[in-house]
Design a protein around this ligand. Structure first.
Ligand code: URA
Length: 203
């Protein structure tokens, strides 16, 4: 039931909005910005998980709407995937100040919300963007033994078991790497092609 998923995701949004215990809550209020929960098709087979919102994302409350988002949009287009047909979120829902890497306690604080998003959307494939989400997702699905550097893991599909059934994990470089290193765009493009097969008819 459509409303059911949307309702559950809305509840997550309300909870994150009220999350005073977050190490990033004060910063959000002081900067007068928004948490970024996620957006896209609640019935998709493909879920992307990035790192944390940047400046543009926190200003608008939308994931990947700045420079990295432009790269992501090109990659989706090159794989023939419409952005509105996938779901895009991050592990950390609030912006770490100065675009620094998320801290372990920030990941720990927001991970339960990501876990719930995965259980609600039940994707067939989880495409991680960057090493933080790759690390978290591999460990969450008991694939710790398989963890190597992202340069060795990107583009490989890993089989995992979720409470709702089987799921593939596809680690990808973070799209931001292609802003400064053009050669990475080609590698990302190759990896994104692997997602085309998960797009359902009519999506
Ligand atoms: N980088 C991320 O990891 N997520 C965003 O939403 C934007 C940039």
């Amino acid at each position: 039931m459509e409303n059911d998923r949307t309702e559950k995701l809305r509840l997550i949004k309300d909870e994150v909005l009220a999350l005073k215990s977050s190490p990033l809550y004060e910063e959000r209020v002081a900067s007068d910005v928004f948490p970024v929960i996620g957006e896209g098709d609640h019935y998709t087979s493909i879920m992307f998980i990035g790192e944390a919102p940047g400046k543009n994302e926190a200003r608008t409350g939308r994931p990947f709407c700045g420079a990295a988002g432009k790269v992501l949009d090109k990659l989706l287009a090159s794989a023939g995937i419409e952005r509105k047909s996938v779901y895009i979120t991050n592990i950390v829902k609030d912006r770490p100040p100065g675009n620094r890497d998320p801290l372990p306690e920030e990941i720990e604080c927001y991970a339960p919300f990501l876990d719930r998003q995965i259980e609600i959307i039940q994707p067939e494939v989880i495409a991680t963007l960057g090493r933080f989400s790759m690390d978290y997702i591999m460990r969450k699905f008991f694939l710790d033994q398989e963890i190597e550097t992202i340069s060795r893991m990107h583009g490989k599909e890993y089989d995992a078991k979720a409470p709702y059934g089987s799921v593939k994990i596809l680690p990808l470089y973070h799209p931001a790497v292609a802003i400064y290193d053009r050669s990475k765009f080609g590698e990302l493009e190759e990896d994104f092609k692997k997602l085309s097969k998960y797009i359902k008819e009519g999506k």
